[in-house]
Design a protein. Structure first.
Ligand SMILES: *Cc1c(COP(=O)(O)O)cnc(C)c1O
Length: 436
């Protein structure tokens, strides 16, 4: 299947090219030329399938023309070495827990899939591929762990010195093997600038095969549809789907997660309503209300993975619905929450039901509670484990209520190894040339 650019100003590319390039040459985002639908009968028996089996069926619809069935199955099963279960939180409110992967956040699914797909496309290629990733915390850990030990690939994680939490830092500086952490004397924007300059540098690109692993990549984006189907199956299995349709609430920043859900709906998944839960960065919320899209610089909140002022996947949403505000605002209902509402909800939910939400999941919970009508049931995406935001969550509910999961404790025990890097492109390119 071919992929076109949302800017429609550059020729279509193959899946392999889309994955290796990441962003289209005209700066647009890649979209698959077709979205294959399931027969309605598929949903009658979907609850008899496991998560891995469901994900494989979905993956075949996206990638079946481009990857042989056996390899695709291996990639999917290997990616999903952990579950994404549905857990009851309150009457009619369920949490889709996306934090059971290696770095305890939903980005593990896309990052692990992308690493395996890239490895598949590059097998037989003798040249080592260098993945460059700038991170303000979470992306670096998901990408580094997703690519850890994958042959033929070396990952270079650039992060701003002193500006990521200890837990986050330990998740990409203690791994070793094919992962190198670069501790940059600068800000996240400086890291991103170094990476972007490297991609544009002809001399470097002649010597080294460089690629990016940001969330714009279709190989990170599309696999996020898997768990929407699983949420439906598991709720059906429990017998709690009213009218057989699902209400899904998605804490959103760059809107990649929610857009993958829209793709699932286009494939036939019976979703009655999507809710987009924002923090005070409410650019899409305002668009849904008014039809006017005015990106603006982000503000800091306690749900910081959603502090996005220019949501990159908005271009995909516009393209999917032919820029129709009427359609988009009927499929997605927008909600916006302040830090104090987030705090209040985390406190309320743990007191009422014993369930600890992270600040992002709490936004999803609130939107669902606000939307649901009598007799309806819905699910919110719990996008990360609350212990990833220890300082914030401990302040809200008290230290004893936020136990450190085994996996995070393991990272903390590891020995930090990083390369110090000045915020200077000459130094960075000299470092990269040393791999040539
Ligand atoms: C990345 C992230 C989000 C936002 O997801 P998008 O796909 O960018 O909308 C929400 N919560 C957590 C914990 C994240 O890491």
């Amino acid at each position: 299947m071919n992929y076109y650019s949302t800017n429609k100003n550059t020729p279509d590319v193959t899946l392999k090219e889309a994955v290796i390039k990441g962003l289209a040459a005209d700066n647009g985002l890649f979209m698959p030329e077709r979205i294959e639908r399931f027969e309605p009968a598929f949903f009658d028996t979907i609850h008899n399938l496991t998560f891995q089996e469901i994900a494989f069926e979905v993956a075949k619809k996206f990638f079946g023309e481009d990857i042989d069935t056996e390899s695709l199955k291996e990639i999917v099963y290997d990616t999903l070495s952990f579950d994404c279960p549905v857990v009851k939180v309150a009457d009619n409110i369920y949490s889709l827990e996306l934090f059971h992967g290696p770095t305890l956040a939903f980005k593990d699914v896309g990052a692990r899939f992308m690493a395996r797909l890239l490895n598949h496309f590059l097998s037989g290629n003798k040249k080592l591929v260098h993945v460059l990733v700038a991170t303000s915390g979470d992306t670096g850990s998901a990408v580094a762990n997703g690519f850890l030990g994958v042959e033929g690939i070396h990952v270079h994680v650039l992060y701003p010195k002193g500006k990521v939490s200890k837990i986050q830092e330990s998740q990409f500086t203690t791994l070793g093997q094919n992962i190198t952490a670069l501790e940059v004397e600068g800000t996240f924007d400086d890291c991103q600038h170094l990476v972007k300059t490297a991609f544009l540098n002809e001399e470097l690109n002649n010597k080294l095969l460089l690629t990016s692993a940001n969330s714009i990549n279709v190989a990170r984006f599309l696999p996020q549809a898997f768990y929407y189907f699983n949420a439906y199956a598991r709720l059906k299995e429990k017998g709690i789907l009213q009218g057989n349709e699902l209400v899904v609430s998605v804490p959103s920043g760059n809107f990649g997660n929610l857009t993958a859900g829209l793709f699932a709906r286009e494939m036939g998944l019976p979703v009655a309503q999507f809710l987009a839960a924002n923090n005070e960065n409410d650019v899409v919320h305002m668009y849904l209300q008014s039809g006017k899209y005015n990106p603006r610089p982000s503000v800091e909140t306690i749900a910081n993975a959603m502090d996005v002022g220019t949501p990159s996947n908005f271009a995909r949403i516009l393209d999917l619905y032919n820029h129709s505000h009427q359609t988009i605002s009927s499929v997605i209902k927008g909600y916006r929450y302040s830090d104090s509402q987030i705090r209040e909800t985390i406190r309320k939910v743990i007191n009422k039901s014993g369930y600890l939400c992270d600040p992002h999941g709490a936004c999803g919970y609130m939107a669902l509670e606000e939307y649901l009508k009598q007799g309806q049931a819905g699910v919110f995406l719990e996008t990360a484990h609350p212990a990833k935001f220890t300082e914030t969550v401990e302040q809200i509910v008290g230290k004893e209520k936020v136990p450190l999961p085994e996996k995070l404790a393991e990272f903390m025990k590891g020995k930090k190894k990083s390369v110090s890097m000045e915020n200077d492109f000459n130094r960075f390119s000299a470092y990269l040339f040393s791999f040539a």
